[in-house]
Design a protein around this ligand. Structure first.
Ligand code: PLP
Length: 301
């Protein structure tokens, strides 16, 4: 059995250590690249079509032609995943990503670099968030506004979110950043969307200022199925400090409870709150895995 993960690069599936990009690649030089990431649950891929729809929208926004139609990208993604599944540990799951850079300029023409790869999810490193909740800290750095480049496209350039993370982690190594938009409303964090619960209503920022997370959409769908009122609207710090509950959504976290905003406990401070718990259970039902247990079981590893 192969001991190294396999990755697709420009037409071939090769051992990951051989999947290398040129020092002249625009993705490396300037962050001029697009990606998307789904995950597996028990080795089964989650909502690949939706992720690829978003991926091709990000490519269109960036005016990069991957030279591969969406249906073929889906087939290649499954080939890469299947090549890696024998390496998946019993309690593990993979992030599964497609990446396309503007590539290398050859005789005046950019030849895109296409990569598909799998990486193990960081269950152990993030497990404590499911026991204690996430202490969210709002950094001084604001989320990239649509006037600069649209946060709705999932591009490789994460410097804005990295600066926010550095600022937050310097204050609290466990802290999780949620950035404000330029109007002072909650936007999102690195790889994560934010929700608050107020008087029984679930509230999340509208799509114009954020990446429209697939797990955000799942949380909204599940809430609607459960008869919970959902509002997509501005949330300011007053709303955050007075929320009854809060959680983040992401491909890896699914739904993860927030314990505090800038040190101010959310609700009565207990996590998860009742609505967060209901939605998390519904999420677990949808993916046929107890998503909280998958994290908590790794606490003592
Ligand atoms: N916001 C940003 C900036 C992200 O990069 C991501 C995920 O990668 C998300 C939100 C959450 O999106 P998803 O639920 O599709 O993982």
């Amino acid at each position: 059995m192969a001991s190294e993960r396999m990755a697709y690069i420009n037409g071939k599936i090769v051992p990951e250590s051989q999947a290398t990009v040129s020092i002249r690649d625009r993705g490396f030089l300037q962050g001029d690249a697009v990606f998307d990431t789904t995950r597996t649950f028990g080795g089964k891929i989650f909502r690949l079509d939706e992720h690829l729809d978003r991926f091709y929208q990000s490519l269109k926004y960036m005016r990069i032609d991957p030279g591969i139609p969406k249906a073929r990208m889906a087939e290649l993604t499954m080939e890469v995943l299947n090549a890696n599944l024998p390496l998946l540990g019993e309690k593990d799951d993979f992030w599964v990503s497609q990446r396309v850079t503007r590539g290398v300029n050859v005789d005046g023409v950019n030849v895109p670099t296409v990569i598909i790869e799998c990486a193990p999810l960081p269950f152990k490193a993030r497990a404590a968030y499911y026991r204690d909740g996430m202490p969210v800290i709002v950094p001084s750095v604001r989320r990239t506004p649509p006037e600069a480049h649209s946060p709705r496209a999932k591009v490789h350039n994460y410097v804005n979110l990295i600066q926010a993370d550095l600022e937050v982690k310097a204050q609290n190594p466990q802290g999780w950043p949620i950035l404000l938009d330029m109007n002072g409303n909650l936007a999102e964090g690195p790889g994560s969307n934010i929700f608050v619960v107020k008087d029984g209503t679930l509230i999340t920022p509208r799509e114009q200022m954020i990446l429209s997370g697939i797990s955000r959409r799942v949380a909204i769908e599940l809430a609607q199925e459960l008869g919970i009122t959902v509002q997509e609207t501005d949330i300011d710090l007053f709303d955050a400090y007075t929320a009854d509950e809060a959680f983040v959504t992401s491909t890896s976290f699914c739904i993860c409870p927030v314990s505090s905003f800038n040190g101010s406990p959310v609700g009565d401070g207990g996590v998860p709150g009742p609505m967060t718990d209901r939605l998390t259970r519904a999420y677990s039902g949808l993916v046929s895995i107890d998503v909280v247990d998958q994290y908590l079981s790794r606490l003592d590893d």
